[in-house]
Design a protein around this ligand. Structure first.
Ligand SMILES: NC(=O)C1=CN([C@@H]2O[C@H](COP(=O)(O)OP(=O)(O)OC[C@H]3O[C@@H](n4cnc5c(N)ncnc54)[C@H](O)[C@@H]3O)[C@@H](O)[C@H]2O)C=CC1
Ligand SMILES: C[C@H](O)[C@@H]1OC(=O)[C@H](O)[C@@H]1O
Length: 259
């Protein structure tokens, strides 16, 4: 139980990678809150899955691109559990589109959700952790952001998306500096290609899917659960107490596979 009685919030936690992290963290003893923007039924089914795994959970609707969603989410954790220990910034969108005719609305929305949303959420979480102060172990909290392999490499149909993922990585590096003195560690995970709704349509193209699979030394695309262990490791003061400002690729080896 690496997160016993820790209060952990995750944005976009009703499905995909966020849900995988939330359920696994509950199995490690964390008390969970998920933010969601989609349908109520998915959020409730995530809460039920966490409870079935022996955990506690609440779900709060909120569009992460709005600063008030961040303060409301953190306030809900304090109301439900009295504190906040681990914040996982996960919510994101990737509407694939070519560069030359990219609609301005698509660019603006992608930046608003992926980057501005991450900023507002991490800032609200950090303020709560600073308010709580350092515990006996010298730590006040841990922030883990879901960036991407796309922070390091480009994508023809992701010219609006990859800069947001580089931005999220950079946010973790700068907040690691700003928050170290408060006992808050900030790190990023960089998933490769993980099978979720975000790329369902893109990977419906069989040729593209086979190409992506062939690039992965471990021989398969990722599953949401593949991110759980790395996030729990970074969240744990016991295991990762001297890790901050770091990034961890979780991509089956795709990034290093040049030829
Ligand atoms: N699936 C993949 O291959 C990879 C995904 N990622 C990142 O992982 C994160 C999670 O994505 P997936 O689980 O793959 O996709 P997903 O589509 O299954 O989940 C995305 C989640 O974000 C939520 N969300 C979207 N807009 C929101 C908003 N405005 N406010 C609140 N929540 C919002 C969705 O409701 C959903 O719960 C994203 O940040 C994505 O960029 C990073 C690298 C690879
Ligand atoms: C949505 C894409 O399949 C996925 O998102 C990322 O961040 C990865 O780089 C993949 O391209």
């Amino acid at each position: 139980m690496l997160l016993k009685d820790k209060v952990l919030l995750v944005t976009g936690g009703s499905k995909g990678i966020g849900r995988g992290i939330a359920v696994a963290a509950a199995r490690h003893g964390a008390k969970i809150g998920i933010n969601f923007a989609g349908d109520e039924a998915s959020a409730q089914s995530a809460v039920e899955e966490i409870k079935a795994a022996g955990g506690q959970a609440f779900a709060l609707r909120g569009d992460v691109s709005k600063p008030e969603s961040a303060t409301a989410f953190v306030a809900a954790a304090v109301e439900a559990y009295g504190r906040l220990d681990v914040f996982v910034n996960n919510a994101g969108i990737c509407p694939f589109h070519g560069f030359l005719d990219m609609p301005v609305e698509t660019v603006d929305r992608t930046i608003a959700v992926n980057l501005n949303g991450a900023y507002y959420m991490c800032q609200a979480a950090a303020n709560q952790m600073v308010k709580q102060g350092k515990g006996a172990n010298g730590f006040a909290g841990s922030i883990v952001a879901v960036s991407s392999i796309s922070a390091l490499v480009g994508g023809e149909y992701q010219t609006h998306y990859t800069p947001t993922k580089a931005g999220v990585l950079s946010l973790m590096q700068s907040t690691a500096i700003a928050l170290g003195k408060h006992g808050i560690r900030c790190n990023a995970v960089l998933p490769g290609t993980i099978l979720t709704d975000i790329n369902k349509d893109d990977l419906a193209d069989l040729k593209k899917r086979e190409y992506m699979e062939a690039r992965i030394p471990l021989g398969r695309l990722g599953q949401p659960e593949d991110l759980a262990g790395p996030v729990i490791f970074l969240a744990s003061d016991e295991l990762a107490g001297y890790v901050t400002g770091a990034s961890l690729l979780v991509d089956g080896g795709m990034f290093v596979n040049l030829q």
